[in-house]
Design a protein around this ligand. Structure first.
Ligand SMILES: [Zn+2]
Length: 299
């Protein structure tokens, strides 16, 4: 079995930790959006109490309006996902540029830049003076994306529907009626809040989980797109599982499996490759922490 030329394995753990932390920020954004709706509910209850028991309907309507905003949590998450894609690509380009073998770096520079600035080409000369070779390589392998291109990827994955369905309450009118009646009966806000808090908590937990998983997926897709800029310098990818008590048995089993860009014989191709935290068939593996390491060709 030939030894795999894995890229940047030394810093890979740190890199993945950074992407996980970035995905946590996406989850924070989702949680903050749900919390702001919770705060609106508390305000509505206070207003209902201030106005008195005759205003049942206005409390009911205001609560229903606030609850109907829950599925819009996806919008705030989408913004964070686009930023996540950019951060991830940037970090991946920098890590990769630092970690590539000298031969690969030289090849990238050779392919993209003319061998020597033309006489009098001040711009090219300045580039050579101001940027280190690592900076140049990082810049050359950073995917050139427009926001709309990232958005089309982000929206294509189906997580928006998932988040919408998880944050849409099954019976918002029933909940709104319960709150309005509680206010009318003179219950304290704490008493009403205690009753509806589990519902909101449930929504918040689901929103966090979906947003975090989507964040990790977007970060990994941006990472793959950056490796994709290396073209034929990449032979394939090896999948790695984080091995502990929480690892799925089937993810533990596939740990170390290699997927080839140009498969021969019985080798698995990229069409069979999971794209964590999604499986090869596109289904989501929530809370999956697996990741891919690129395998360099022998250039
Ligand atoms: Zn996994």
């Amino acid at each position: 079995v030939p030894r795999l030329r894995l890229l940047a394995l030394a810093s890979h753990d740190a890199h993945q930790e950074r992407l996980l932390a970035r995905a946590d920020r996406v989850a924070d954004a989702a949680e903050a959006a749900v919390r702001s709706i919770w705060l609106t509910l508390l305000e509505v209850m206070q207003r209902g109490k201030d106005r008195g028991p005759a205003y049942w309907h206005s409390t009911f309507n205001a609560v229903r309006d606030a609850l109907s905003r829950l599925p819009l949590v996806a919008h705030g998450v989408t913004r964070e996902l686009v930023a996540t894609a950019r951060d991830s690509a940037q970090w991946t380009a920098e890590t990769t540029a630092r970690s590539l073998p000298v031969g690969h770096r030289a090849e990238i520079l050779r392919r993209h830049l003319s061998p020597r600035p033309a006489a009098g080409d001040r711009h090219a000369e300045r580039l050579e003076e101001e940027y280190t070779e690592t900076d140049l390589v990082a810049g050359l392998i950073l995917p050139a994306w427009e926001d709309h291109q990232i958005l089309s990827v982000v929206y294509a994955a189906g997580w928006v529907d998932r988040l919408r369905s998880l944050t849409a309450l099954s019976a918002p009118d029933v909940l709104a009626a319960r709150i309005a009646s509680g206010v009318q009966q003179g219950l304290t806000i704490q008493q009403i809040a205690l009753e509806i808090r589990p519902v909101v908590q449930q929504v918040q937990t689901s929103a966090r989980r979906v947003a975090r998983t989507a964040g990790l997926w977007v970060a990994h897709e941006a990472e793959l797109a950056t490796y994709g800029e290396l073209g034929d310098m990449i032979d394939g990818y090896r999948i790695n599982a984080v091995l502990d008590h929480a690892t799925r048995p089937e993810h533990r089993k596939r740990d170390g499996q290699v997927y080839h860009c140009r498969p021969v014989g019985s080798q698995l191709g990229l069409d069979r490759m999971p794209r964590p935290p999604r499986e090869a068939d596109g289904s989501w593996a929530f809370n999956c922490r697996c990741y891919l390491s690129p395998i360099l060709s022998g250039t």
